[in-house]
Design a protein around this ligand. Sequence first.
Ligand SMILES: [Zn+2]
Length: 139
Amino acid sequence: MSVLAPQPPGIPRPSPSPVSRPYWDAAREGRLVYQKCANCGHVPPRPLRRCWRCQGGELRWLESSGRGRLHTWTVVWRPQHPSFVTPYAPAVMAVEEGWWLVTALVGCAAEDIREDMPLEVQFHPAGGDIWLPYASPRA
Ligand SMILES: [Zn+2]
């Protein structure tokens, strides 16, 4: 039974765009941020220029608690890319502020993952200036 760990630097990395740059800048500082529409309150699943719901152009960046619960996950034993170390557990975390974070679990064994388990985000370097959010169990 091995404990899930962050991927080593060298995995394929995102390329920040002008729209997503604030997210990646915050991640490098160990902060989880998200956008929320100032008009209708919608929280989009990824950084946007305009709100999907109301077409409003004022999407504010807010800081997340980084806490939430496990919504769903899978455990990968055969990687789709040779740079990934297995096993790893891609997951969707329901963040306290009402949005979803696509992440990967660390700090527990694959056999100990449970639906709705409390999680908190931690950041690990992925190479370049990219730090990725991972979710680990919290007490
Ligand atoms: Zn809106």
